[in-house]
Design a protein around this ligand. Structure first.
Ligand SMILES: NC(=O)c1ccc[n+]([C@@H]2O[C@H](COP(=O)([O-])OP(=O)(O)OC[C@H]3O[C@@H](n4cnc5c(N)ncnc54)[C@H](O)[C@@H]3O)[C@@H](O)[C@H]2O)c1
Length: 252
């Protein structure tokens, strides 16, 4: 039987690559996202993918979304908690408390909610898998991005605990920690750093690349391939891990 896969925030960026890669592997895929236009574009591109609009920071929306996903998929084998926002790029004492709350809701609490609601269905699967999108910011301190780093470290603890609790039910849980990924978001991150430091965007980008062994951006397709591998039978001995895919970042 095909794998049944739910990807949060999968209408663009890394999530879209993950959704497409699972679909290409023969899986049945359901995607939620806050952006309706991006969801419509995804369906035009990949007509077999099921979608619904959902703001994962809203508990009631998650309840409706997970129910819709389980119905459309007819169960669940793979949950990909991909949703995450960058939050502000400012020193910790200048972080607006409401923005802190928003980052915690989207990055951390949503993963808790969507996972909590999915566990009964994953327990019915013969090979349940949870994938959590952390970040290199879940492995290093990240000056001026405290909300992001705190939530991405939190997701590693979340994942390791899930692996221990759910292992006895045959469910594996792993976190993926991407580095500097090619795409729209990294441009916004570099702009934020440039504004704060007074440097040009090119200088900020060069400085970021100097912190890596492989001085290039990560291809989002490689992250999608890692997710498909982790969810496959070939990944059946891997659980409770925080897997970096970051061209060997030494520090952020
Ligand atoms: N891009 C990177 O360099 C990078 C690096 C490390 C980790 N990550 C992580 O990977 C994940 C995906 O990152 P990305 O760069 O593809 O993101 P992105 O900024 O491109 O956004 C991906 C999608 O998230 C959706 N989204 C935003 N808020 C939402 C909400 N409240 N509810 C539902 N959907 C919402 C957007 O509409 C968009 O379609 C995130 O968890 C991010 O923290 C990204």
């Amino acid at each position: 039987m095909s794998q049944r896969v739910l990807v949060t925030a999968g209408a663009s960026g890394i999530g879209r690559e993950i959704a497409r890669a699972f679909a290409a592997s023969g899986a049945r895929v359901f995607v939620c996202d806050i952006d309706e236009a991006a969801l419509a574009a995804l369906v035009t591109d990949s007509p077999g993918i099921g979608t619904t609009r959902c703001d994962v920071s809203k508990r009631a929306e998650n309840e409706r979304m997970v129910a819709a996903a389980l119905q459309w998929l007819g169960g669940l084998d793979v949950l990909v908690n991909n949703a995450g926002i960058a939050g502000p790029t400012v020193p910790v004492d200048e972080v607006p408390p409401d923005e802190w709350d928003r980052v915690v809701q989207v990055n951390l609490t949503a993963a808790f909610d969507v996972t909590r609601l999915s566990i009964p269905a994953l327990k019915q699967s013969t090979a349940g898998v949870v994938i959590v999108m952390s970040s290199a910011a879940g492995r290093f301190g990240y000056p001026n991005r405290v909300a992001y780093a705190a939530t991405k470290w939190g997701l590693v603890g979340f994942t390791k605990t899930l692996a221990m609790e759910l292992g006895p039910f045959g469910i594996r849980a792993n976190a993926i920690l991407p580095g500097t990924v090619a795409g729209d978001r990294i441009q916004r991150v570099f702009e934020g750093r440039a504004k704060l430091s007074g440097k040009s965007i090119d200088e900020v980008r060069d400085a970021s690349m100097r912190n890596q062994s492989l001085q290039t951006l990560v291809d989002p397709k490689d992250i999608a391939s890692l997710a498909v591998f982790l969810a496959s039978d070939a990944g059946k001995s891997i659980s409770g891990q925080a897997l970096a895919i970051d061209n060997d970042i030494q520090r952020l």
